[in-house]
Design a binder for this molecule. Structure first.
Ligand code: NAP
Ligand code: MN
Length: 264
C-alpha cells in the first residue's frame, strides 16, 4: 500500500501531515507521491479539491480521504484527534470505497482545434467576462432556452452542498448518477424567459451551452478559474469516471449534511 498526503500548507495542517507520515511509515506503508493508492488531504474541502485534481489522471487506482483542520470538512470528515485511528485503519484494513459521480465538461473552439476536457468534483460555472452572460441552452441536441443573466452552475451530487446550494439547488444524494443546472440571477420579463428552476440531468443526457454573440467566458472548475476565448460550445454530462472515497467507518451522506448545515 502506498500513500501521499496533500496539506493545506498552514502550520497546523503541516504538523498533522508530518505526524501521519511518520506513523504510516512506522506501519510499513510506503510514501509515494507519484502513484499513491490512497491520498490523504489535510485542511478543508478546498484541499481535497486540490488533491483530487492533482491525481485525477489515476482515479481508478486512487482513493481519497480527508482530515479537516478547522474548516467545514464536507468531504474531509476526519478530525486531527483521530489520526492514529485513521493510520491504523489505512495500514491494517482493506480499503473500502464509495464511488461518487463526476461532471465531464468539454469546451470546443470555433477554429475547430483541440477541445478541452475537465472533470469536476464539485461543479463548473460559466460567467461572462464582461456584462450579461447570454447563451443558448440545448438539451439532448434540442434548443431549450436562451439564458440571460449572471451565470450558470453545473453541479455534481457531492458538489450540490457547495455553490449549488447557495443558488437554491437541491441537495442530491451522490448515489444518484446525475448533474444539476442552477441559474445565477437570470433576467426574466415579458421579453426574456428562462425556466427559473434547477434542472437535474440523468446519466447519458447532455446539456450544451452555445454562445450567441460574445464568445469569451470565465469558466470555473471547482477551485480553478479559466478564461476561454473563441468558444463554440460547452458540453456537460455525467462523466464515465468516478471518484473513490476511502470509508473506514460509515458516515451516511444525510448525517454529513445535517452535521454540516443543521446542527452538530
Ligand atoms: P472556499 O471559498 O473556501 O469554499 C467555500 C466554502 O465551500 C468553504 O467553506 C468550503 O469548505 C466549502 N465547500 C467546498 N466544497 C464543498 C462541498 N462539496 N460541500 C459543502 N461545502 C463545500 O473555496 P475552496 O475551498 O477553494 O472551494 C471551492 C468551492 O467553493 C467551489 O467548488 C464552490 O463550490 C465553492 N464556492 C461557493 C460559493 C458560494 O457558496 N456562494 C461561491 C464560490 C465558490 P472548506 O472551508 O472546508 O474548504
Ligand atoms: Mn476552502
Amino acid at each position: 500500500m502506498k500513500f501521499a498526503i496533500q496539506s493545506k500548507g498552514d502550520e497546523y495542517s503541516e504538523s498533522i501531515k508530518r505526524q501521519m507520515e511518520q506513523y504510516l511509515v512506522d506501519f510499513d506503508v510506503q510514501l509515494d507521491e507519484v502513484e499513491p493508492d490512497i491520498v490523504i488531504s489535510i485542511g478543508g474541502d478546498g484541499t481535497l479539491l486540490h488533491a483530487f485534481h492533482r491525481y485525477n489522471h489515476r482515479l481508478k487506482e486512487t482513493s481519497f480521504v480527508g482530515v479537516h483542520t478547522g474548516h467545514l470538512g464536507f468531504y474531509a470528515d476526519w478530525v486531527p484527534d483521530e489520526v492514529e485511528k485513521l493510520v491504523i485503519a489505512i495500514a491494517k484494513t482493506p480499503i473500502q470505497v464509495v464511488e461518487y459521480p463526476l461532471l465531464e465538461v468539454t469546451v470546443r473552439h470555433l477554429d475547430g482545434g483541440k477541445e478541452t476536457q475537465y472533470l469536476a468534483l464539485n461543479e463548473c460555472t460559466i460567467k461572462s467576462t464582461e456584462g450579461t452572460l447570454v447563451l443558448d441552452v440545448e438539451i439532448r441536441g434540442e434548443h431549450f432556452e436562451t439564458f440571460r443573466g449572471d451565470g450558470l452552475c453545473m453541479s455534481t451530487p457531492s458538489g450540490s452542498t457547495a455553490y449549488n446550494k447557495a443558488l437554491g439547488g437541491a441537495i442530491l444524494h451522490p448515489y444518484i448518477d446525475a448533474f444539476q443546472m442552477t441559474e445565477m440571477a437570470s433576467i426574466n420579463n415579458r421579453v426574456f424567459r428562462t425556466i427559473g428552476s434547477p434542472l437535474v440531468f440523468p446519466k447519458h443526457h447532455t446539456c450544451v451551452l452555445k454562445p450567441i454573440s460574445d464568445v469569451k467566458f470565465q469558466i470555473t472548475v471547482d477551485h480553478r478559474t479559466i478564461v476561454h476565448e473563441d468558444v463554440k460550445s460547452i458540453q456537460f454530462r455525467v462523466a464515465n469516471e468516478k471518484v473513490r472515497f476511502a470509508r473506514f467507518r460509515p458516515l451516511p451522506f444525510w448525517k454529513r449534511v445535517r452535521e454540516s448545515f443543521v446542527t452538530e
